[in-house]
Write a protein that binds this ligand. Structure first.
Ligand code: PGA
Length: 250
């Protein structure tokens, strides 16, 4: 049985005061008995606050990005070992905003995935097609290319310690969610690519859906057989909304 994971991607949002209140709200609302695992990925600068607020709770925290390097003269970067040092469990790699706005290629994403695992972090590998690619019937080709870039470099065995997030770019921050059927189709496809390499790993790998998931649509998305949780942007910035999704994953 795959344990569902609901991870909040705060992106570049939150003052110290707002974030403290959000973290307190999440801590208060999650129950130790919950089946779903809950994670938050705040901006780097708020990670120590998340560590302080969530320590000893069932919730874990992570980064939104990392450097491929461990340390050195890389102004403005944060490394995997640094995230680990602040108690991070997860780190998002290859989010579409990193790919499109910061020029991260499949090769760079694969390198970051390896750097995350080398530091003892669990990468949440994001894949997904743009609207143009979907309309050109390229969804499977794009997702396969993004996935194979990592599989070729790190092997199927590395997915014992990784999470995949399918995030159709056209659904991110747009309020346009993939239908449960559209999402399930791609999730099944992703799992089939893993199955082609190793059936057991494929069965145990969690594949999250991301893209305008919220309290009101989480249940039917999470009811799909190959959807094992969510990567939540906008809806993770309000404790009650985020907790509703966490409960839907239980
Ligand atoms: P959204 O973002 O929930 O605001 O669409 C999801 C994501 O980008 O991870």
């Amino acid at each position: 049985m795959r344990r569902p994971l609901v991870a909040g991607n705060w992106k570049m949002n939150g003052s110290r005061t707002e974030s403290a209140a959000l973290l307190d709200g999440i801590r208060k609302g999650i129950s130790a008995a919950s089946r779903a695992e809950v994670a938050v990925c705040p901006p780097y600068i708020l990670i120590p606050l998340a560590a302080e607020k969530l320590a000893g709770s069932p919730a874990v925290w992570g980064g939104q990005n990392l450097s491929v390097h461990k340390s050195g003269a890389y102004t403005g970067e944060i490394s995997g070992p640094m995230l680990r040092d602040y108690g991070c469990t997860y780190v998002i790699v290859g989010h579409s905003e990193r790919r499109t706005l910061y020029g991260e290629t499949d090769a760079m994403v694969a390198e970051k995935y390896g750097a995350a695992q080398a530091a003892g972090l669990i990468p949440i590998l994001c894949v997904g097609e743009t609207l143009q690619e979907r309309e050109a019937n390229q969804t499977e080709a794009v997702v396969a290319r993004q996935l194979e870039a990592v599989l070729d470099q790190h092997g199927i065995g590395s997915f014992k310690n990784a999470v995949i997030a399918y995030e159709p770019v056209w659904a991110i921050g747009t309020g346009k969610t993939a239908t449960p059927q559209q999402a399930q189709e791609v999730h099944r496809f992703i799992r089939s690519r893993l199955t082609a390499r190793d059936k057991t790993v494929a069965e145990n790998t969690r594949i999250l859906y991301g893209g305008s998931m919220k309290g009101s649509n989480a249940k039917e998305l999470l009811a799909q057989p190959d959807i094992d949780g969510g990567l939540i942007g906008g809806a993770s910035l309000q404790a009650e909304e985020f907790l509703t999704i966490c409960r839907a994953a239980d």
